[in-house]
Design a protein around this ligand. Structure first.
Ligand code: LLP
Length: 423
């Protein structure tokens, strides 16, 4: 099953079902973007619920049509919002959590504990205890110290704990250094050479049920070759009943960007497992970004426009709601929500007190004016999750849209919320 494309006038970066109406106004999930901005204020994360569901279904179909025994996990760090957990739990996938906080969020979002997989390169005693207490299905052991810590906490009376060992296959995909994890010189997992001893130790502990190895070589990967090479690299560690392949599929952030389809991604990963490990292996995959990124757009309002050497279009959000341009040099596109098209070269910037607060450098807006609603697509992954209160800016709400109905699933932060932890 492939993901349907948005309305023909809009590129593949927009949420499924998006369109520009007869008056030239953007609609997301059947809702008018200008009305949404008026009703819920800006900045706001606007999610097309159908898009989330369609991509979850596409991932499940792509993997399960190629391998009888598969499990898809939502890498929830990408969008750890209770309502998103809820939708994806309803779609029948499992969930990857990377901390105690994500673990309780996933439970609150409705995931059954046995569908949770706990990750993390520095899990604390407390996080391991929480996972065991909540009967989390699987723990991915990240190294020797953690294994020791886990072994100390295991209760002999319980069924053996399902575990994987995370390995770094020494395969580097082409992506930003900050999100590359498959290289040997990494803080994640254990090197291939160190894995056999730890695997033996895990096999020898009857309170552990060693299911296989886990790897995650990096994120926003647009070439599928490294995924195949990584499977080949870990195949040398021997045969296991399961393999967890991590996530990593890149998404298109701008209309001129092409990325492999979900289907191509599944074909590459499953094909490599079949080639190097046979077809009798349960395959687990952990998409984060490619599951949620394109489901969401951010709406902003233009506060001020300055013309000096460049034209600076300043909006009411910025690096507090989207850190990705500043952290990874990520490119986005921006449009006036009721006046698509270019004409005015400008930089779309935020309201934060530093010059790195540029959301889209070298944008082209159609005659931008103060009060315009500006939209940036593809903000569903790692926007909400890395949002912050720099300059005391309250974090934006999350609004779900479907069939013309909009509902707030996370309210806007208030100034009072900024003092909620004061004692
Ligand atoms: N599994 C594990 C163990 C991971 O660490 C990650 C992401 C994923 C799965 C999901 O990867 P994805 O399918 O999303 O590529 N903040 C960065 C991304 C950090 C990714 C961290 N790990 C960004 O905004 O680009």
């Amino acid at each position: 099953m492939s993901v349907p494309t948005p309305h023909s006038e809009l590129s593949h970066v927009w949420p499924i079902g998006s369109e520009i109406d007869g008056a030239g106004r953007l609609r997301i999930g059947g809702c008018d973007a200008i009305e949404l901005a008026r009703e819920f204020g800006t900045p706001a994360y606007i999610v097309a619920e159908d898009d989330l569901r369609a991509r979850a279904q596409a991932f499940v179909a792509a993997f399960s049509s190629r391998n009888a025994d598969c499990e898809l996990l939502f890498a929830s760090k990408a969008f750890p919002c209770t309502a998103v957990y809820r939708v994806l739990a309803e779609e029948g996938i499992g969930c990857d959590v990377a901390s105690g906080g994500e673990l309780v969020s996933a439970l609150r979002g409705g995931f059954a504990p046995e569908r949770l997989v706990l990750h993390g390169n520095a899990k604390s005693e407390a996080e391991l205890a929480l996972a065991l207490r909540e009967h989390v299905g699987t723990i991915v052991v990240d190294g020797a110290d953690e294994l020791e810590r886990l072994e100390r906490q295991l209760d002999g009376g319980k069924a053996p704990q399902r575990v994987f060992l995370r390995v770094t296959p020494n395969v580097r995909g082409e992506t930003h250094d900050g999100i590359s994890t498959g290289q040997a010189d990494s803080k994640f997992g254990v090197e291939l050479a160190d894995a056999p001893a730890l695997l033996d130790r895990m096999r020898g502990n009857d309170r552990l049920d060693l299911r296989g190895v886990h790897m995650h070589i990096g994120s926003q990967l647009r070439d599928l070759t490294p995924f195949r090479r990584a499977v080949e690299a870990v195949a040398g560690l021997g045969a296991f009943p399961e393999i967890d392949l991590g996530g990593g599929l890149g998404v298109a952030y701008t209309s001129d960007m092409d990325v492999p389809s979900i289907d191509d991604y599944a074909a590459a990963k499953v094909g490599a497992v079949h080639e190097h490990l046979g077809s009798d292996v349960r395959i687990i995959d952990e998409p984060g970004r490619a599951l949620v990124a394109n489901s969401c757009v951010t709406l902003y309002t233009v506060e001020t426009i300055k013309r000096n050497v460049s034209t600076w279009v300043a909006v009411d959000g910025g690096m507090s709601d989207n850190m990705r341009p500043m952290l990874y040099g990520a490119r986005y596109e921006a449009h006036v929500a009721d006046r698509f098209g270019g004409g005015t070269p400008c930089h779309v910037v935020g309201k934060h007190c530093e010059s790195s607060d540029v959301i889209v450098r070298d944008a082209e807006l159609a005659d931008p004016r103060v009060g315009d609603v500006v939209v940036t697509p593809v903000t569903g992954a790692y926007g909400f999750s890395m949002a912050n209160n720099y300059n005391g800016i309250p974090r934006p709400p999350v609004v779900f849209c479907r069939d013309g109905d909009a509902r707030v699933v996370v309210r806007r932060e208030t100034h009072d919320d900024l003092f909620a932890r004061d004692v």
